[in-house]
Design a binder for this molecule. Sequence first.
Ligand SMILES: Cc1ncc(COP(=O)(O)O)c(C=O)c1O
Length: 378
Amino acid sequence: MTDRIPLARPLVGEREEQAVLETLRSGHLSLGPRLEEFETALGARLGARHVSAVSSGTAGLHLAIRAAGVQPGDEVVTTPFSFVASANCLLYEGARPVFCDIDPRTLNIDPVAAESAIGERTTGLLPVHIFGYPADMPALERIAAERSLWMVEDACEALGSVHADGAPVGARGNLSVFGFYPNKQLTTGEGGAVIAPDREVKERIDSERNQGRAPDMGWLDHDRLGFNYRLDDLSCALGVAQLERLDEMLAERARLAGLYSEALADVEELVLPCPDAGGARRSWFVYVVQLPPGVDRDAAVLALRARGVDSKPYLPAIHLYSFYRERYGHREGEFPICEDVARRSLALPFFPGLTDSEVERVVEAVRAVATEGVTAYR
Ligand SMILES: Cc1ncc(COP(=O)(O)O)c(C=O)c1O
């Protein structure tokens, strides 16, 4: 029996171990010096001055939409092709996600569809840089400016991505959110960060992540509603150590994506992740293919598993989750591009540390499944 190849595995080594251990021994495990160190280092990396580290990407999205001014009853235009948290965060505040279809090449929100989805109650736009490919922010920012809408960018999957104009994703001056779950380009275990446009917004976020305390307040002083969305110092220490080798990890992810794309290029009807275009640069988060239309995806997952290869349908369309259907009456056929992609997409093992021979094994298995069908492996 050959070893199973997992979908994702974080790359952590001696440097991370040392950083976490030092922090553990320091006795300062939360609201200590590592928090600011991580925020400063991340800000330096992005060219952004106002960074708030938080306990998860979801927590960051929640605080970001509050800082943007979302109110109960507001509608916010966003993409249905995302991880569920980008829509759920709106529900936390009593706002309604209004979905629109996606661009079939980039899989990001289609600005033309986004504009058509704007209604009288729309107050904001929430684009997601899905799979690390930069969303068309210039077009979305134009729409937001013309319609006086706020903007929050979900950059949870896009640390290291770059827009066509050279700006790092998340550093265009909009409220933006990163996520550092262990499958991400950089991990802090659980964790996330909000990039704020100015000092006042950062102060609000810092206070709300810390139970509504201003920096000069004591433990039982609270002058606004807050949450416990703090990122502890052990996680921040891990983040600082990971940032030191972010470029190396991103380069390895890009190299592995290149290997997959080259080896799978000739598999007919298999849709590969779009290459960079027009100067935009993807930071590789996952390697997701779209299976040929005739292939039964569930059977493909089993067939790949039988060959020791983990894979996962990724991502389901948010509007078709049962609680979104029940709450808002969504149904199949509303966003045909998203639904087609969601039906066919499959994430393959992808992480720095995946060996070239493992990539070859995955490629061989995917090729067999995509070209021969999957009945033989059932
Ligand atoms: C697009 C997107 N948004 C939001 C999140 C939520 O981040 P977290 O899991 O850190 O809460 C994730 C991560 O899983 C994500 O991929």
